[in-house]
Unconditional design. Structure first.
Length: 341
């Protein structure tokens, strides 16, 4: 059974499978996108804890072979006479890897020449990248898996299905499916997704992949979306406006947002403008709350209506600039001003 599961994992890996690997507290290595396509620009992220704030931590370089990615970090102590508080300090380092051919890669992190941790990166041959995933428990005690995907193709797609496999060790426990919240995803466009889970899956390793979608009729890109992150009664709130630039009414205008915090997806939310139908040339506002209390997050949002899609997305920051700087370093698909291709 274990051997069969291992073979299944290998096959799934080549189709965009991304297992969750355990990491130590001191060193962690992960990638954005979590499951890239051949058109994705891959960024490696390293979290490393130094013995004191006075230690110098430097990312030296990376090496790429046919199936291996090596990242090298140097950690040097301060001079002996340095007076430094003995407290651990976590460092966040990023390295742009660029575009990769489809296949499975082993990524290794070296610190002062010693291998500290490793993980797998699977580049899918399909056109939809899994940008990031996460899990949260809502205030009713429900467990949810959430994430965000991106269409890297030059055509619009619909009925995009998310397949999730749950594992204990190398044994496949269960497979679940969900669909993206956006009905149609145009090129370079993103969509969040959310999947309720049974409590027995809370601590299980999982992999997420997208292998099922259809080519869609191209919508008119006439919606301009302006979003602003804030808080309301302790909850995260995404508010803003949608302007209808089409020469017809926009029906049932929906806003979909993946919520990022510290570089990880922590929620996926959606809502409708008020009113839900926007006349030609007019605008309507919206407010969407997160499923639990949080603060200082970054939304990655999109909008759609019947036959219409977003042409521009503008994020108006309320939180400190450091939050946006963090987002930029993580390479997530959120920009202060984003035009759809």
């Amino acid at each position: 059974m274990k051997r069969a599961a291992a073979i299944a994992i290998t096959i799934a890996a080549l189709a965009g499978f991304s297992p969750a690997f355990g990491q130590t507290f001191q060193e962690e290595l992960y990638f954005y996108p979590e499951v890239p396509t051949q058109a994705s620009n891959v960024v490696a992220h390293i979290l490393l804890t130094a013995p004191t704030p006075c230690h110098e931590v430097t990312l030296q370089d990376f090496k790429l072979s046919d199936s291996e990615i090596s990242l090298n970090v140097e950690v040097n102590p301060p001079p002996p006479e340095t007076v430094c508080i003995q407290v651990l300090k976590q460092h966040s380092l990023t390295q742009e890897i660029g575009q990769l051919d489809a296949g499975a890669y082993t990524a290794r992190l070296y610190v002062n020449g010693q291998e500290k941790t490793s993980t797998k990166l699977y580049v899918t041959e399909y056109d939809v990248a899994v940008l990031a995933t996460g899990k949260f428990t809502d205030e009713q005690g429900g467990l949810n898996l959430v994430g965000e995907v991106q269409n890297t193709a030059n055509k619009s797609i619909r009925l995009t299905r998310i397949d999730v496999s749950f594992f204990e060790g190398d044994q496949l426990l269960r497979e679940e499916q969900a669909y993206t919240t956006m009905t149609i995803i145009t090129p370079n466009m993103t969509s969040g997704f959310s999947m309720p889970l049974n409590p027995d899956l809370q601590d299980k390793e999982y992999s997420v992949r997208v292998t099922s979608y259809e080519v869609a009729e191209e919508p008119e890109r006439a919606l301009r979306l302006v979003v602003e992150p804030a808080t309301k009664d302790g909850y995260g709130m995404v508010s803003g406006q949608v302007h209808n630039g089409a020469d017809r009414d926009a029906k049932q205008v929906k806003i979909v947002c993946a919520i990022y915090k510290e570089g990880r997806v922590i929620d996926s939310i959606f809502g409708y403008t008020n009113p839900p139908d926007i006349p030609a040339g007019q605008s309507a506002g919206f407010e969407v709350l997160t499923h639990y209390k949080t603060s200082e997050f970054l939304p990655s949002c999109n909008a759609e209506a019947q036959g219409l899609a977003a042409s521009e997305v503008q994020v108006v920051p309320e939180f400190p600039v450091t939050i946006l700087s963090l987002a930029a370093s993580l390479g997530i698909a959120v920009y202060l001003f984003r035009k759809r291709l």
